[in-house]
Design a protein. Structure first.
Length: 72
């Protein structure tokens, strides 16, 4: 029973990772210049940098979840 649960969790983690990898591949990475030019204020720059940091953190979380599921 635990084996089936872990196997299902691993499959879900790999599926999430695959979706994210496709999304990363399909979109262009914003450059610092892009962030600066699209900002209406300094606060916009800070908000966008926070947002990009949150995305990077989420990507790391997904990769860690896959690695943990695989080890189990």
């Amino acid at each position: 029973m635990r084996f089936r649960y872990l196997k299902r969790e691993y499959a879900l983690s790999v599926q999430r990772l695959n979706r994210r990898l496709v999304a990363i591949y399909e979109q262009d990475d914003p450059t610092t210049i892009d962030v600066l030019l699209s900002a209406k204020s300094f606060q916009d720059v800070l908000d966008q940098l926070d947002y990009l940091g949150a995305i990077a953190s989420q990507d790391k979380h997904v990769a860690d979840a896959v690695a943990t599921a695989r080890r189990r």
